[in-house]
Design a binder for this molecule. Structure first.
Ligand code: ATP
Ligand code: MG
Length: 603
């Protein structure tokens, strides 16, 4: 290909909204152009890189045993109503109606579509497992699309799904996807960390995410030298015993609890100073509002009259307030709380809502005599003694409180946010943390969809059975952006050979006379050798051409200048060293570099 045939223009400066390198470089190199918030067009160079990435994903996923299928992107709302996610997916799902006022969904993911498609024609255990994937457009109405294609609204996902007869078969499918993912990331030159992930509102029994370390990562990874690795949404630490201000374990008290005056002292930090105590002796009580709660609350007295909605086989509460207690120095992990409540979202109640429930200003909530919302306690509370809680009255707290004696939570659970320094549950050493971006995800879903959407088959004994299910996703655009995050310098992108838009760029200082002849000769030879080559035939100053080729980041550059002829210069984008080679050998030399680079990635 010749540059004159390709519509592109590079930018000296990046748009001000682009704050991370990959976004800046993708815009400056004209790999993508913006059409709307979170909506990006792949331009020819960008699309070539994208297609290569897609091909690598396809090859490895198919080698692991999956077959490609292609559902539509727009799917009937009815299948989402069947699964119960029509409401619970929340506002990130884009809904529309057709001319017959039928509800439609622009797929944010495709568990429903896969299930509705594969249940057609499923009769016997002999057909299982069914393992299909697509690489297709998704739309999520992200609140804050950012970082270019790293978090877009429209994006492309490789999403695979399996229907399995039993847990053993599901585990095999799950492991096969995990292995395929690792091969994909190896071929892209990316180092990934596999972390345990939250199964959250999706339910299911196991989940791992494939993360790439990144300063601008949206996820916090909790890691231990022993190999423990989990997303902060999932990470749990070993329990630690509360200590007083002198570092001694807090002992149980025989004293009855009693009110003390704490005028305007509502926050944990202020209470710690005011009472000169340890935060381990303070209980934090937070009022949360949870949306679309699927957890059964029918046994909780104060929830008996709560509004419920039934969708398909799923019953849920559109809105529930809960009080959540945790030791004063710790933070509630909202993902864990949402997972526990099987809620689509949880957020802190507003001051007004808080006061309506507790009868006191924010800061004075406590679990004693709080009977109008369910009280849920983090496991840390079980080890606390002789502690302070809010009294649900302005400027008042209770001291000398004991759990189990003075109040009990409706449920206890692991709700605490793990952080650096917390104790690893596997080996007892302290955790450390890093930031990461999620590139892929594998998930044992269990029977959530197959049960709610009535999928059955006849098992070996001729009995009707419900298959179990797995889902597996890779964000193609996000992976592409992550490659650029990992491989660039201040001049531009440095593509790994596997995803470079072109492998070799030929830059004649001037595309005329002997230089044109030499450039054309190398170009033809490389084409014959099936090397992907780009010839910069533009009538531009050499500096402009060099800058553009470096910015777009082609791995090998061959410079043809009259001063060097009959030699030409070969330079890797990743190196500062250039090598002079005779014109005759240039194509062979470049082909060899391409091969060597591929071998490094594929080994
Ligand atoms: P995140 O927590 O980053 O929003 P997610 O948990 O919602 O991701 P999944 O539903 O597991 O993501 O989707 C599978 C993959 O799709 C993710 O691992 C990620 O690579 C990609 N992905 C998800 N949302 C986006 C988005 N808005 N833009 C680009 N890629 C995305
Ligand atoms: Mg998301």
């Amino acid at each position: 290909m010749k540059t004159s045939q390709i519509p592109f223009r590079t930018l000296r400066d990046s748009p001000s909204e682009a704050i991370i390198s990959s976004h800046q470089l993708m815009m400056r190199a004209d790999l993508i152009r913006k059409l709307g918030n979170g909506l990006y067009t792949y331009m020819p160079f960008g699309l070539r890189a994208y297609r290569k990435l897609e091909k690598i994903i396809k090859e490895e996923i198919e080698a692991s045993g999956a077959m490609e299928f292609k559902p539509t992107v727009i799917v009937p709302g009815d299948i989402w109503k069947e699964s119960g996610r029509w409401e619970t997916m929340g506002p990130q799902m884009l809904k529309a109606q057709n001319r017959q006022q039928q509800d439609m969904v622009v797929s944010p993911t495709a568990e429903e579509a896969y299930t509705a498609i594969m249940r057609q024609g499923l009769t016997s255990y002999k057909q299982l497992p069914i393992n299909c994937y697509q690489i297709n457009t998704k739309y999520r109405d992200e609140i804050r699309p950012r970082y270019g294609v790293m978090r877009g609204r429209e994006f492309n996902m490789m999403d695979g799904y399996t229907l399995n007869a039993d847990d053993e078969s599901l585990d095999q499918s799950y492991q096969a996807y995990a292995k395929a993912y690792l091969r994909i990331f190896k071929r892209l030159g990316l180092d990934v960390i596999t972390v345990k992930a939250d199964t959250g509102a999706m339910g299911g029994s196991g989940s791992e995410e494939f993360m790439v370390e990144s300063e601008i990562g949206d996820d916090t990874l909790i890691l231990c030298k022993c190999g423990y690795a989990a997303n902060v949404e999932k990470a749990s630490c070993a329990k630690d015993i509360p200590v007083d201000i002198d570092g001694n374990p807090v002992k149980a008290t025989e004293k009855s609890y009693e009110p003390i005056s704490t005028p305007n002292v509502g926050t944990i930090d202020d209470l710690e100073k005011y009472l000169k105590c340890s935060k381990h002796q303070l209980l934090k009580t937070l009022i949360y509002k949870a949306t679309n709660v699927c957890l059964d609350l029918s046994e909780v007295d104060c929830c008996k009259n709560l509004k419920t909605v039934t969708e398909g086989n799923i019953k849920f509460y559109p809105e529930v307030f809960v009080a959540v207690c945790i030791r004063g120095d710790l933070d509630i992990n909202e993902a864990k709380l949402a997972g526990f409540l099987k809620a689509s979202e949880v957020e802190l109640a507003t001051a007004e809502e808080d006061t309506k429930i507790t009868g006191a200003p924010v800061g004075f909530a406590g679990p004693i005599n709080l009977s109008n919302v369910p009280v849920i306690a983090d496991n840390s509370v079980l080890d606390m003694h002789d502690f302070l809680v809010g009294a649900n009255k302005a400027d008042t707290h209770f001291v000398h409180v004991e759990y189990g004696r003075d109040f009990s939570a409706w449920k206890t659970a692991d709700l605490r946010t793990a952080k650096a320094g917390d104790i690893c549950p596997v080996c007892g050493k302290p955790f450390y943390t890093t930031k990461g971006n999620e590139l892929g995800h594998i998930f044992k879903l269990g029977k959530k969809y197959t049960e709610s959407m009535n999928v059955t088959y006849l098992d070996k004994n001729g009995k009707s059975a419900v298959p179990t299910m797995g889902c597996y996703g890779i964000g193609v655009d996000r992976v592409l952006a992550s490659i650029i995050e990992a491989f660039h310098d201040d001049r531009g992108i440095i593509w790994p050979m596997s995803t470079a838009p072109y492998q070799v760029a030929i830059v004649p200082i001037k595309y005329s006379g002997a230089m044109k002849e030499a450039a054309d000769k190398i170009y033809d030879e490389l084409l014959k050798a099936s090397v992907e080559v780009l010839l910069d035939d533009r009538d531009e100053r050499p500096g402009v051409k060099f800058n553009d080729m470096d910015l777009i980041g082609f791995p090998v550059r061959i410079t043809v200048g009259d001063k060097n002829l009959p030699n030409v210069e070969i330079k890797m984008r990743s190196s500062e060293q250039a090598e002079l080679v005779p014109l005759e050998n240039a194509a062979a030399k470049a082909s060899e570099i391409v091969k060597t680079e591929f071998n490094k990635l594929n080994s």
